[in-house]
Design a protein around this ligand. Structure first.
Ligand code: NAP
Length: 244
C-alpha cells in the first residue's frame, strides 16, 4: 500500500532509517491507527532523550492510559532551539536508543521527523506536519513540565496550543502552581488544553544518567538494558572505559 507522502514525512523525516525499514514502520503504524477505529488520539512524546530512560517510558505509558491515546509516537529533537548542539549526542544515536527502548511495545512508535531538519527544530513545524498527516486525530503533546513551563516563549506558542493538548509529565515534588496561575491570568483561553501528570519514575533523569556514566557509577535498572549496552558500546557520555 502506498502511503500519502505526508505520513512518510511524519514518520521518517529525512534521515535515520533505511528506506525499507522506514516503509515497513510507516505501513504498520498507519495501518494500526486506521484499523482500530476507536483510536483517534495520538500521543506525541517530544524530548531530547539523551538518553531515553524508564522515566520517559513510564510517563508515555501513564499518558497513554490516562488520556486513552491510541498510540504514542516518540519524536526526538533534532537541534533543540534552546540548546547548544555540542552538548548533545548525535541525533542518530539518540534515535537508535529509542528504537531499542520501545522495540517490544506495539503502542509506541518513533519518528525521525525532526532529525533531518537543518537549523533549530521548532515544535510548531512538527505539529503542522502531524496535523496534515492525521487530520482526524486529536494530538496530545507529552513533555517534561520543565520544558512546558517555557511554552509561551516557544515559536508560535498560541498556534501550538490550538493544534494540540499538552501533557506535562512532572517529576515528584514539582510545584506547578506559579505556572498554572500565569496561564490562568495571561492565557486563559489555553488553560483547558494543559494537563499535568505526576510521574514518580521521573525521579530518573537523563542529566543524572550522563553524570553517572561520566563518573563510572552504575546506570543498570535506570533504563532498558539494550540502551545501557548501546551506551557502553559507543562510549557515550565518557571517554573512559568505565563499566556501567
Ligand atoms: P529539556 O530542556 O531537555 O528537558 C526539560 C525537562 O523535561 C528535563 O527535566 C527532561 O528530563 C524533561 N523531559 C523532556 N522531555 C520529556 C518527556 N517527553 N517526558 C518526560 N520528561 C521530559 O527539554 P527538551 O527535551 O529539549 O524539549 C522538550 C520538548 O519541547 C521537545 O520536543 C522540544 O523540541 C520542545 N521544545 C520546543 C521549543 C520550541 O519549539 N521553541 C522550545 C523548547 C522545547 P530528562 O532530561 O530526563 O529528559
Amino acid at each position: 500500500m502506498k502511503l500519502p507522502s505526508t505520513s512518510q514525512e511524519a514518520l521518517a523525516g529525512d534521515s535515520g532509517l533505511s528506506s525499507l525499514k522506514r516503509a515497513k514502520r510507516e505501513a504498520s503504524f498507519k495501518e494500526t491507527l486506521v484499523k482500530e477505529n476507536k483510536v483517534n488520539r495520538l500521543g506525541i512524546m517530544g524530548g531530547t532523550f539523551d538518553p531515553i530512560h524508564y522515566g520517559h517510558l513510564v510517563a508515555a505509558e501513564m499518558a497513554r492510559s490516562k488520556f486513552k491515546l491510541g498510540k504514542v509516537l516518540f519524536i526526538p529533537s533534532g537541534t533543540p532551539p534552546h540548546k547548544d548542539r555540542s552538548d548533545i549526542s548525535p541525533a542518530g544515536m539518540r534515535f537508535e536508543m529509542i528504537v531499542r527502548a520501545i522495540q517490544d511495545n506495539h503502542d509506541f512508535d518513533i519518528s525521525a521527523l525532526e532529525l533531518g531538519r537543518k537549523g533549530p527544530s521548532y515544535t510548531v513545524d512538527t505539529l503542522r506536519v502531524l496535523r496534515r498527516t492525521w487530520p482526524k486525530h486529536e494530538l496530545y503533546f507529552i513533555t517534561g513540565t520543565d520544558a512546558l513551563r517555557e511554552i509561551f516563549s516557544w515559536r508560535e506558542a498560541e498556534e501550538i496550543l490550538m493544534m494540540t493538548e499538552f501533557i506535562g509529565a512532572a517529576r515528584p515534588g514539582f510545584d506547578a502552581s506559579d505556572f498554572l496561575l500565569e496561564v490562568q491570568r495571561e492565557h486563559p483561553e489555553t488553560q483547558r488544553r494543559i494537563h499535568y501528570l505526576e510521574v514518580p519514575a521521573l525521579a530518573i533523569s537523563s542529566t543524572d544518567i550522563r553524570a553517572r556514566v561520566k563518573s563510572g557509577q552504575p546506570i543498570r535498572y535506570l533504563l532498558p538494558e539494550p540502551v545501557r549496552l548501546f551506551i557502553q558500546q559507543h562510549r557515550l557520555y565518557t571517554a573512559e572505559d568505565n563499566i556501567i
